[in-house]
Each structure stands twice: as structure tokens, then as C-alpha cells.
Design a binder for this molecule. Sequence first.
Ligand code: GDD
Ligand code: MN
Length: 376
Amino acid sequence: MKVVIIIPTYNEKGNIDRIVPTLEEEIFPQIKNHEMAILVADDRSPDGTADQVKKLMEKWKNIDLISGEKQGLGAAYMRAMAYAIDRMGAEVMFEMDADLSHDPHKVPDFLQKIDEGADFVIGTRYSEGGSIPENWGLIRKIYSIFGNILIRIILMRFSIHDWTGGYRAIKKEVFLNESKKIKEVRNYTFQISFLHHAVQDGFKVAEVPINFTDRTMGRSKLAAKSYIIGVLKYCFIARFKELAFGPFGKFLVVGGTGFVIQFVIYNLFIKYASLPLAFGSWVAAQPAIFSNFNLNNLWTFKEDKSKGFLSYITKIVIFFFTSNIGVLFIQSGIIYILEYLFGRKYANFYFIFATAVLLVWNFTMYRFVIWRKKTS
Ligand code: GDD
Ligand code: MN
């Protein structure tokens, strides 16, 4: 495959002069099964990085250079990846810092994962065999380690150990699929956004442990405070969207409809009949169950929708049966006990409380029994 190592630079004259020869002389000769090239994405560095690159291009013919307006690291990568695909025929693209914090000797490990079928390989500092610099201060270490743990918790994706890192190998298909969805290009937050979109869309992620070392030349361009804010903002919003527009959000809408149906009938029951409240809530539940099943089937879990009349009947019967277990033993059960203890006066409060308990039971049932994902 054609592999392009993208190196973004802003004032990295000294570093680019070290990393390019290392790649060309030490790393590329080791790689036999891929065609290797380098693309430097410089943003008109005032220190003359571009001129340095042009000198290197005279010596090695597999180097390209693009220059652009400085609009942030994400923007530089987006531009460079599009160029690598369109103009260099890249099938795999690396993200690699110019400052040698990302050990070029790991490139073969990343390619190995690609060869094994991964779409998106990330260098990770926080899993077995990876590390952050010894000489970082305690505060910086804490930020770095807990930051990544916090991200994993907010996003509820635990199998990925390093969301923020910038040493990666990415297949062309991933970029083509995700580039339009990545909004956070101004800063370093795009790293999380890019990876998160790829994960959401089911691309195969693999990890390579890396030992991140501090740069010895030049200075970091990361603005810590705005970076932390940007990361947290992205994570919370992305997670909220996933919940609200995913199955859980729809489940709440459907459940809300069912709740209204049952609540209205239950209240008619209280008004016009003097049978036990628990019985009234059970009767009122039946039309609500019918409505819930059909809405969920057509909307919430439509990918796993029952196909054909027989499958529909089977599912609705199972649905009525499992729902009624909850409705009888949890909802009516709680209402029965409460009426027995406190009388009919707080009938609506009993109903709301009992329904809240039922909610938890129902979602579990829907997801894991009726519309469970087929594992194949
Ligand atoms: N073209 C371009 N434009 N390059 C940039 C820009 C920009 O606006 N900003 C930074 N770079 C380049 C730098 O010249 C360097 O080669 C690379 O991007 C990384 O920048 P550093 O300033 O060295 O970043 P860092 O070491 O603080 O951050 C590292 O860790 C972050 C957090 O884990 C990087 O690996 C980031 O990618 C990573 O997100
Ligand atoms: Mn750096």
C-alpha cells in the first residue's frame, strides 16, 4: 500500500532536519511491503521550516510539501490528508509530530496492525508498554493520565486508552468517511473528534503502546487551558447527542407516549370504578404496551425490526408477556402495596413512582431480549 507520513510543522526547522533523515535512512529501508512517502504540512513557519524541507526534497524524491494559512493543527491535518489522497495516492496516512516526541521506530508496529486489518491505529501512552515522560511535573502527569480516564468515562468507551494522542495511522476510507463530520479543526480537540466518529461508525481501532518523550528543540504549540475546555466540551456534547438521538432517547419518547396512554386510562378508572388501583393500572397498561411495541419496532430499534407477519406476531407476544411481568409484578405490585398501606388518596403518586421503577426493567428487557443485537 502507499503510505504517507504526514508531519505538521510550525517553526520546526531544526526538528524537521532530524526526523526526515531518520525516517528515510533508518525506517523506510526496513519496510518492504509498502511504498513509503512523507508529506510536510507547514503553515508558513516564520523560522523557514519550508526552506529546510525543500533542501531535503532535493535529496529524497518521496517528500511533498504543502503550505497554508495557520488555522490550527486540525485544519493542517485535514488539508494534508486530502492532499495525500488526491495527489499522492495515499491509502494509509500517519499523523506524526515533527519534534521526535513520536519515536519513528514504531512505524513498522503501526503498519503491522494495518496489515492485520485495522482501519485506525493509535499510539497509546496509557496502556501496557506505553508511557509519558518521566521528567514531566506531577501536575502535568495528573492532567494527562486523569484527563484520559475522564474522557473514557464520559464517552463510555473503555477499550480505547489514548484519545488525545497524535501518533496514528489512518486508512484513507476512514478519512473520506469522517472528514466532513469533524468540526473542531482549530485546535487539538480534533484528535478526539476524529477517533470518536471513526469508532461510532464501526471502524476497527488498534493500539500500539508508545513512549512519548519531551521535545528537545523548539516549543510546544498546545494552549493547555483552552485545550482542556475544548476537550471537555466536545466529550459532553458528543455523549449527550449519542444518548438523546440514540436508542435511549427514542426509548424515552416512546415510553412517554405509553405513559400518557396508561395514565389517562388509569385516571378514568379511578374516577369511574372502585376496583383496586393495581387492577386499574394493569388494564390501562395493555393499550400502552401495544403502542410501545409498534413505535419501538418502527422507530427505536428499526434496524433490528421484525420482518414478516410471523416474526411480528412472535415478537409482539413475547413483548406482551415480558412487559406484563414488569407491569404486574413491579408496577401493579408497588401500587397494590401502596394502596394497602396508605389508601387511594395518592393514587397518582403511586402510579408515577411505580412507573419509574418499571422504566429500568423495561429498557433492559427491550434491549437485551426483544431487539437484542445479533452477534455474528
Ligand atoms: N501546520 C501546523 N499548524 N502544524 C502545527 C500547528 C499548526 O497550527 N500546531 C502545531 N503543529 C505541529 C507542531 O509543529 C508539531 O510538529 C506537532 O504539530 C505537535 O505540536 P506540539 O506543539 O509539539 O504539540 P504537543 O507536543 O504539545 O502535543 C502533542 O500531544 C497532544 C496531546 O496528547 C501532540 O502529539 C498532539 O497531537 C496531541 O494531541
Ligand atoms: Mn510536541
